[in-house]
Structures are given as structure tokens and as C-alpha cells.
Design a protein around this ligand. Structure first.
Ligand code: GDP
Ligand code: IMO
Ligand code: MG
Length: 427
């Protein structure tokens, strides 16, 4: 029963969409298990480019059933517009399954996300403003609205009342905003019920039955390891668990079912939003990575912060996720540098540190210790096998593999489906 988890090994935007899409043709189900439309996953198929936020990237592979698991937070308006956008482009979305236990991003949660960030001012997280944090907070506070609540008006009204009781106090008394009306929120939510009904399912049962029938299931993470609420650079994180364990809780599968955990790893590092980032560059190299790598957010259009590869982070991702493989992406972007610095350790208050410090204060003080690796100038975008790569590119990959603690089983040399070097098969 092959069950693969595919997740971001850094701060998101590693190329998860491309990697999922690449495997989409060979898997039966692709399941999103956490996050929501804060994600932006780009898939390039031939001359067509798709930006997916909520839908699993498997939606573009005709044989594959896309599933939105219970751990995802769902903005119904975004889901419906994403579906109709794909339908207009000729993509069949009828197989989609949506967990009845997934929590709904309500209009008031989007408002709370935005006003909280404004209120925080300089201390803001730099969220995507999509209501992710407040929706997960409601879930944990047990005042969340679930997809199944759309089908019981009385329960829905009671739950919205309970949630707005507290929220309206905060909105009016703390943030100086207008209170939100219960009726209006209920009416808006009920308006989605019929449109979502064809997709709603007991996804936990479906996924586990599929595994029993030896179907191939791929769990697609959003965000990345360092944005994990437990294992990331808290508080500069998202409000869910993108790490491998999140696939179990967010989809309802036991850890014994997972056979492989693939970390998507960019050949350099990027980050969107606030928070520590030891290898961040503020010079022309950072600018060049941004330009050549097209490092602009798919969801918010913000420029991504760019820096050199950080092996301390990659090692950490191997550990907290139990990674079995890496998929190294965007190696092509590094073409043209004479020498490429790679962060092998940190210096923290005068001491060399090999592993990610658990203390936030220490991490804020971490300065990268670089090793210089020789670069290459040949175009690598047409490389089909590892031996097609110039020697120095091969050595860069081997060095990263050695430092990161898991085999690099695939290498991305361009955004397209076929711009990939497969070293070990994932299936
Ligand atoms: P995700 O959020 O992890 O799915 O990643 P994003 O889609 O936000 O950002 C990754 C970007 O890199 C997208 O524009 C992809 O099309 C692009 N991409 C993915 N793999 C490669 C690669 O190997 N080389 C190049 N040049 N671009 C890539
Ligand atoms: P994908 O799936 C990169 C970042 C935001 C912010 C922090 C919290 O495309 O890799 P949130 O709206 O989640 O409460 O914001 O997390 N963030 C991402 N950064 N890629 C993403 O998704 C992200 N999703 C959230 O920028 O710093
Ligand atoms: Mg992204």
C-alpha cells in the first residue's frame, strides 16, 4: 500500500505543485492535508500554467482523484471560483472529494486575520490575509464551522452565534470595527451548501479503503517544515502542521500506512513574510536569485526573500519529517555563478552550531558559516539524466545530499513537467 507524503522542506514555495503534478499520472489519489488558500502551487503543463491554492495538484491528472482532507481549512468562495476557473480551461474537476470535517474559513475569519495584522503593526507575521490563523484558532477553541454544518441550518446558526459572540466584542471594542451580523454570515454560508454538496464525502473512509485496495495515495503538503506551528520558526509560522505527521491527522491515516516521505528542497532558499532567515541576501546575488528564479508569491504577489542554500535547515527537515528522499528543485537557477556559497553550520554568539537551535533567541542570532562550491555556466535545462549535468553541478547535488541526510531522488531543471531528472523512482 504505497502512501507517499510530499512536503516542503524549507519555508514553502519549494516547487511542491510541480513535484505533485509530476507524480499525478501514476497515483490514484492526491490528498491535501493542511493549510488552505494561503498556498500557491504552480504547475506548468506544456504551454499552460496553473496556479492552485486550495485544490490538490493532482486535479490536473485525469486518472487521479483529488481530495481535500479534514485538516484543510476551506474558503468556499475560493474553492468554487478555483473549480470554475479550471472548468473554463477544460479541466474535469468532477472527481473532487471534500471532507465533511474540514473547517470553513468564514468571512469574519478573513476580517479578523487582516485587522489583527494591522493591529500588530511592526510585529506582524506577514500572513497571506486569507483567514488561516483565525480559522484554525476557532477549530482549537471549538467554535469552528465545518463543511457538514452547512447542511443543518439550526446548528450552523448556533455555531455562528457562538463564534461571533466573542469575535464581535473583539472587533468592536479592541479593533474599533463594526460588529458582524449573524444572519448575514449564516446566509452567505448557506449559499454555498448546494454548490459544494456533490463533493462532500467521508474522505477518511475513502482514503483508507483505497489504501486497503493497494491504490497509490499521495499526500500533498502546503507551506513547509519551517512554517510548521510546532516545528517551525514560531511565531513566524502558519497555523497548521505541514510536517509529515500532519498528513496522518489531516487525512485520517495511521503512521504505519506511510511508506515514503519526500521533502521538496529548493537548491537555494526563499521565504515570504516576516521571521528569521540566516542565509538571506540583501545584495545583487539575492536580487539575481529573485529575478532568475521568478521568486514572487503566487498567492500574494509579494517578492520572496532570497538566500543561499542552508544545509542546517535541510538536515532538520530530514529529522522532523523522517524524510526518505529529497526532490531538489530549481538547480537551473544557480547556473552562471562562479562559486556558490552553501551554509553548512551557524555561528551563534561566537560558537559553531551544526544543528538548528531550538531557542528562538539563538536562531535570531545565527550567522551562516559558508562553504564555497564551484559553479557551472552550461545550460542544464535540457538535462535528462544525472550524467548530463556538468561535473560541478553534479558535485553541488552530491554535496547537498551528503549534508542534508537523505538521498536526492529527483532534480528539477526547469518549471515544466518534463524538465526533471529522475534518479530513483518514487513509486
Ligand atoms: P510550491 O508552493 O511549493 O508549489 O511552489 P510555487 O509554485 O509557489 O513556487 C515554485 C516556482 O518554481 C513555480 O513558479 C514553479 O513553476 C517553479 N519551479 C518548480 N520547479 C522548478 C525548477 O526545477 N526550475 C525552475 N526554473 N522553476 C521551477
Ligand atoms: P505554499 O504552499 C510560502 C507564510 C506567510 C506568512 C506565514 C503565515 O505555496 O508553499 P498564513 O497566511 O499562513 O497565516 O501566513 O506563512 N506562508 C507561506 N509562505 N508559501 C506558502 O505556501 C505559504 N503559506 C503561508 O507568508 O509568513
Ligand atoms: Mg507556493
Amino acid at each position: 500500500m504505497p502512501a507517499l507524503v510530499l512536503l516542503g522542506a524549507q519555508w514553502g514555495d519549494e516547487g511542491k505543485g510541480k513535484a505533485t503534478d509530476l507524480l499525478g499520472g501514476s497515483v490514484d489519489y492526491v490528498v491535501r492535508y493542511q493549510g488552505g488558500n494561503n498556498a500557491g502551487h504552480t504547475v506548468v503543463v506544456g504551454d499552460q500554467k496553473y496556479a492552485l491554492h486550495l485544490l490538490p495538484s493532482g486535479i490536473l491528472s485525469p486518472g487521479c482523484t483529488p481530495v481535500i482532507g479534514n485538516g484543510v481549512v476551506v474558503d468556499p468562495s475560493v474553492l468554487l471560483s478555483e473549480l470554475s476557473g479550471l472548468n473554463e480551461r477544460g479541466v474535469d474537476t468532477s472527481k473532487l472529494l471534500l471532507s465533511g470535517n474540514a473547517h470553513i474559513i468564514t468571512p469574519y475569519n478573513v476580517t479578523v486575520d487582516k485587522v489583527t495584522e494591522r493591529f500588530l503593526g511592526k510585529r506582524k507575521i506577514g500572513t497571506t490575509g486569507r483567514g488561516i490563523g483565525p480559522t484554525y484558532a476557532d477549530k482549537i477553541n471549538r467554535v469552528g464551522i465545518r463543511v457538514q454544518d452547512l447542511y443543518d441550518e439550526s446548528i450552523l446558526t448556533q455555531k455562528v452565534e457562538a463564534a461571533l459572540d466573542v469575535k464581535n466584542q473583539i472587533l468592536t471594542k479592541l479593533y474599533n470595527r463594526r460588529a458582524m451580523a449573524v444572519d448575514q454570515a449564516v446566509e452567505e454560508l448557506l449559499g454555498y451548501a448546494d454548490k459544494l454538496a456533490p463533493y462532500v464525502a467521508d474522505t477518511v473512509l475513502v482514503i483508507n479503503q483505497a489504501l486497503e485496495e493497494d491504490k497509490v495515495v499521495l499526500f500533498e503538503g502546503g507551506q513547509g517544515t519551517l512554517l510548521d506551528i510546532d516545528h517551525g520558526t514560531y511565531p513566524f509560522v502558519t497555523s497548521s502542521n505541514p510536517t509529515a505527521g500532519g498528513a496522518c491527522t489531516g487525512a485520517g491515516v495511521g503512521p504505519t500506512k506511510i511508506s515514503r516521505v519526500i521533502g521538496i528542497l529548493k537548491a537555494y532558499t526563499t521565504r515570504v513574510g516576516a521571521g528569521p532567515f540566516p542565509t538571506e541576501l540583501f545584495d545583487e546575488d539575492g536580487e539575481a536569485l529573485r529575478r532568475i528564479g521568478g521568486e514572487r508569491g503566487v498567492t500574494t504577489g509579494r517578492d520572496r526573500r532570497c538566500g543561499w542554500f542552508d544545509a542546517v535547515i535541510a538536515r532538520y527537515a530530514t529529522r522532523v519529517n523522517g524524510l526518505t528522499d529529497f526532490f531538489l528543485t530549481k538547480l537551473d537557477v544557480l547556473t552562471g555563478w562562479e562559486q556558490i556559497p552553501v551554509c553548512v553550520a551557524y555561528e551563534i554568539d561566537g560558537k559553531r552550531v551544526e544543528e538548528l537551535p531550538y531557542s528562538q533567541t539563538d536562531f535570531h542570532h545565527a550567522k551562516p558559516v559558508y562553504e564555497m562550491l564551484p559553479g557551472w555556466s552550461e545550460d542544464i535545462s535540457k538535462a535528462k539524466s544525472f550524467s548530463d549535468l556538468p561535473k560541478n553541478a553534479q558535485n553541488y547535488v552530491k554535496a547537498l545530499e551528503e549534508m542534508s541526510g537523505a538521498p536526492i531522488s529527483a532534480i528539477g531543471v526547469g518549471p515544466g513537467r518534463d524538465e526533471t531528472i529522475e534518479i530513483n523512482s518514487f513509486l
